[in-house]
Write a protein of this length. Structure first.
Lengths: 358, 650
């Protein structure tokens, strides 16, 4: 349209336009080396991808997954899974070359593993140049999803968007994974058989994350397509490569105080827990107790512990176990249509046992 | 020279966009998406619930956070009904700033599966901009926005508008990932204006969780915002909205090509009240011309119960406008029952219908009617025959009163009788003969072993047995026998049934499945077979029964439900219907006999299926056989034959 307008305005302007356009052609390309042309991005990423084959093939467990190169001399990162649970791991490069891969090490907490093949001069992702993404960022996901690609066939590419940048809820049972950290949730079904360990890149082909395993979100009973940001993995990967990685297992028990608080000490009795999800209504409040002093009343519905939503009697009991006996407990209750906030302290109460000194 | 320049320019222009500007376009698109989400984010709230059921209709429900959209600065928030199906004990709304407020569920739109919540807003809440329906174009950018994650920014999914007129005109469609992660949230355009509110919907099924199975599939739906604004005042008043029903049955081989011709205006429906009659063609709804049945469904489907609608019908080439008020539900019609079996012979000898048997504890018995009495008039008009009597009484529901005159000898008495409902008991142990000619010896006919029958277009082997000996003019009942998966043996079938056929004047016909087992298409064979038999013999329409064992039973239900005009009873052994039958019509009576083994794998479904049938006012006789799965023994078969013999009960 713009060309048409200019055409009517006379020769001088036409010539000028040509000049500008030619300028753009000659210099534009050179000046923008990372233009987000999807086919170009794909061509640039594919040589960095590897198809991994290992243990599995029974009981519905696939014997394959995805990975990508992080050095020219053959370091590969992938998801730590049952596939690597063998002495014979095969890595197939994008040109079809097969290499036996050695497991260098793994960080089970992050579910990341480092493999090594004997090769040189390979295309790779530099983990130090990995980028961070925001919600709404448009992405490409590379993986050997369902093991479709074999030999020199390139792995599958999917396009999508970062749906959310969030943390996997740390509460037990919500997500069946050891990883508890920030993730990119994607709006495309990337996490399927064989896709774990694939690469998440932005439209310019810059590495942003590693595709995770198949994972169900028990909060709303849907499949969660997620990818772990490279920033979260880099340190462990570097340590594994340097041979100085020491596995640290963060267990639930380590977070619990030695003497947690409970409802009885606060003076609260809940209604009988008879349903799958019994709402935590206060049945009675012991006179003179911290709850009574604060103003909690029978029939109040406890909805928040601190800033955390409490949905059932069971979750309230479980969440209280993470609070130390001597800490202030902040409860928010629903009374009628009012949300009321109470601070409860056991300090100064007749304390049956002395505080343990660590 | 100049023209050469132009050529150069256009060549350059053509090859440019894909290369040089691509990077900029990508950045611009990214910026536009971010800005669109930012634009709507302050109106998108997180909803948290406390308590509630863990499973709904067998589907496991998470109690995770869901999404809502502010539609009024006063604190009104619209969301998807899906988010509240587990009936939580309380609802909290978390505003974008983190402030939590308790919320009340004000009203539900059951037609579009939306709910309206109300919170006490601390200050006027920001309300989103809206995309007018007229501006929607398939292919436009769409961004589905939710608040399901623990993140300060809402979660997004990007796609395009796939359709603007789906789910019978009620919804727009997108290929963006739509799931519990954003149900209740807005679907926005690239400027952050709201197209509609995301909700699981299904074109076929209704209900709160219909359509959930399509989550993240590339098929997502949203209810247009323009519509939500229209109904908002009603929802704010606490009015629950439900789909509006007119109550017309259309017989359409293909709703997308056939005109909307009424086969029935359901009894007790708005259509019947407005005087719509079978044969009417509906040609206009509130000024919109209707050419096809699907257009009628769409036009009525978007309306609510209580809405007034003008239907124009074409009857005898005249256009008639009917006004009706759509109903929330149409109470199923129930057939009334006087409590007698009529005599079948001698109908031409004298006026009226002679009583063969009086059911114990029936209205007839209470009125003092006994076997041998003759019903001579109904509502002051002479009774022609039992078919006419049954038809007239069939129009009256239980509790409804009829006035009959009964002659006993020379004495005629008038009775006003309130009808009962059709019995659901096993048949009486013994029944008097149905015709006076019974009992006389008759010669074995040439077709004592039955005869082969062929229906054009169907390869099936079919045998038929027609009893002789009864008066030729006396109409016969029909039993269509549909075998189970373990085979077909005509001699054995006839051996079991012959005496009953002879005694009760029943035609027995048994087709054989064309393949290894029955296919649903073979329901059409039953239609053709009945047409053939009705064309050849005088058939008693009150006693047309389809009887089947296992897969044959399933086919029997299928055949009966699609041909309620002709089939009056289904007798199924080890089979249950898989879908509900169409609604009762006064002239289409249906009775069901179910026989299941005590340890049948169908046993757990039996009660709910019977409850569904009874809700539709269809009488069900249920028979429990022994533990093991089997066909009826001789004693049970004669009981079934007796049940078939009572189908002309009035």
């Amino acid at each position: 349209v713009r060309g048409g307008e200019k055409r009517e305005q006379g020769g001088e302007k036409v010539k000028l336009a040509i000049l500008i356009l030619q300028f753009a052609i000659v210099f534009g390309f050179l000046a923008a080396p990372a233009a987000a042309d999807i086919p170009e991005t794909i061509d640039q990423v594919q040589p960095k991808m590897v198809k991994l084959y290992g243990a599995g093939g029974i009981r519905g467990l696939e014997a394959y997954q995805s990975g990508f190169l992080i050095s020219a001399d053959g370091y590969i990162i992938t998801v730590h899974s049952h596939v690597l649970d063998t002495d014979y791991i095969t890595a197939v490069l994008s040109d079809g070359r097969r290499h036996e891969a050695k497991l260098v090490g793994a960080d089970p907490r992050l579910e990341v593993a480092v493999l090594k093949i004997d090769a040189a001069g390979l295309a790779f992702f530099d983990l130090n140049k990995a980028v961070r993404l925001d919600t709404g960022a448009r992405i490409l996901a590379f993986s050997n999803i369902f093991g479709v690609a074999v030999g020199e066939e390139p792995v599958s590419v999917q396009k999508g968007t970062v749906a959310a940048v969030t943390r996997l809820e740390a509460r037990r049972g919500v997500f069946e994974t050891l990883y508890r950290g920030p993730v990119y949730v994607l709006d495309v079904t990337t996490n399927n058989s064989g896709a774990a360990g694939g690469a998440l890149v932005n439209r310019r082909g810059e590495l942003a994350g590693m595709l995770g395993k198949e994972l169900r979100n028990s909060l709303n009973n849907t499949w969660l397509n997620y990818s772990v940001p490279i920033d979260e993995l880099r340190r462990s990967v570097d340590d594994i490569r340097a041979g100085k990685f020491v596995a640290t297992r963060a267990t639930d028990a380590s977070k619990k105080p030695q003497r947690p608080i409970d409802l009885a000490s606060l003076g609260i009795a809940l209604v009988p827990d008879v349903l799958d999800r019994t709402p935590p209504y206060v049945d009675s409040v012991r006179p003179g107790s911290p709850a009574a002093k604060a103003g909690v009343r029978p029939d109040d519905l406890i909805v928040l512990l601190g800033d955390r939503l409490v949905q059932t009697c069971k979750t309230l009991h479980a969440d209280l176990e993470t609070i130390d006996y001597d800490d202030t407990v902040v409860l928010t209750v629903l009374r009628g249509q009012d949300l009321l906030r109470f601070s409860l302290r056991t300090a100064g109460e007749a304390n049956p046992t002395k505080k343990d000194t660590p | 020279m100049r023209s050469l320049c132009f050529a150069a320019v256009s060549t350059v222009m053509l090859c440019l966009p894909s290369a040089t500007f691509a990077g900029d376009a990508d950045a611009e698109e990214q910026a536009a998406i971010d800005a669109a989400v930012e634009h709507v984010a302050s109106s998108v709230v997180q909803i948290q619930t406390v308590g509630g059921r863990e499973r709904v209709e067998g589907v496991l429900f998470g109690a995770g956070p869901t999404t809502g959209l502010v539609v009024d600065p006063d604190g009104y928030i619209i969301s998807s009904a899906f988010n509240f199906v587990n009936k939580p004990s309380s609802i909290l709304v978390r505003l974008p700033g983190g402030d939590r407020r308790p919320a009340k569920l004000v009203a539900t739109d059951h037609a579009r599966m939306l709910v309206l919540l109300k919170i006490d807003a601390p200050k006027p809440l920001p309300v989103c901009d809206i995309v007018p329906r007229a501006e929607m174009r398939v292919g436009q950018w769409t961004i589905a926005v939710g608040r399901a994650f623990d993140s300060p920014r809402p979660n997004v999914a990007v796609g395009i508008l796939s359709a603007v007129h789906h789910i019978w005109g009620k919804a727009i469609q997108t290929d963006a990932a739509v799931s519990p992660n954003n149900y209740g949230g807005p679907l926005v355009d690239i400027r952050g204006r709201v197209f509609g509110v995301l909700a699981p919907l299904s074109p076929d099924a209704a209900g709160e969780i219909a359509g959930v199975e399509w989550y993240d599939s590339g098929i997502g739906f949203a209810v247009p915002m323009e519509h939500i604004q229209q109904v908002l005042p009603r929802l704010k008043k606490g009015e629950d909205l439900r789909p509006g029903l007119a109550g017309v049955s259309l017989k359409t081989p293909n709703p997308f090509t056939s005109p909307a011709i009424v086969t029935a205006a359901l009894a007790k429906s708005p259509a019947a009240a407005a005087g719509i009659k079978p044969g009417d063609e509906i040609v206009d709804v509130d000024g919109r011309a209707i050419r096809r049945a699907a257009e009628l469904r769409e036009e009525l489907g978007r309306r609510y119960a209580g809405d007034a609608v003008h239907l124009t019908v074409l009857r005898n080439k005249k256009r008639i406008v009917c006004e009706l008020q759509l109903a929330e539900k149409i109470v199923p019609f129930q057939h009334g029952f006087l409590g007698i079996l009529p005599m079948r012979s001698g109908e031409n000898d004298e006026k009226g219908v002679a009583v063969r048997y009086v059911y114990p504890n029936s209205p007839a018995e209470t009125a003092g009617i006994v076997a041998g009495d003759v019903i001579v008039s109904l509502s002051g008009a002479a009774v022609r025959d039992r078919t006419a009597l049954a038809e007239q009484i069939g129009n009256v529901e239980p509790g409804g009163k009829i006035e009959i005159e009964v002659r006993r000898g020379d004495d005629v008495q008038k009775h006003t009788i309130a009808l009962a409902s059709l019995p659901e008991d096993l048949p009486p142990k013994q029944l008097p003969a149905a015709s006076n000619g019974d009992g006389e010896a008759f010669p074995e006919s040439a077709h004592a072993g039955g005869a082969r029958l062929q229906i054009p277009e169907f390869p099936n082997e079919i045998w038929v047995y027609v009893p002789s000996g009864h008066a030729a003019e006396e109409p016969r009942g029909v039993v269509v026998w549909l075998h189970g998966p373990r085979g077909y043996d005509w001699r054995a079938i006839l051996g079991a049934w012959k005496s009953h056929c002879d005694q009760d004047n029943l035609i027995l016909t048994a087709p054989k499945a064309a393949g290894a087992d029955w296919t649903p298409d073979e329901a059409a064979l039953v239609d053709h077979l009945l047409t053939e038999i009705c064309g050849k013999y005088a058939v008693d329409p009150a006693r047309v029964t389809v009887h089947g064992y296992e897969s044959g039973g399933n086919l029997a239900f299928l055949a009966a439900f699609r041909n309620r005009e002709a089939i009056r009873a289904v007798a199924a052994v080890e089979a249950l219907p898989t879908s509900p039958p169409p609604e009762n019509e006064p002239s289409h009576r249906l009775a069901i006999y179910l026989a299941l083994a005590g340890k049948s794998k169908l046993q757990p479904m039996s009660e709910p299926v019977q409850a569904t049938l009874r809700k539709l006012k269809i009488p069900v006789v249920s028979k429990k056989l022994g533990d093991a799965t089997r066909y009826l023994n001789a004693k049970e078969l004669s009981e079934l034959a007796r049940w078939i013999d009572t189908l002309d009960r009035i």
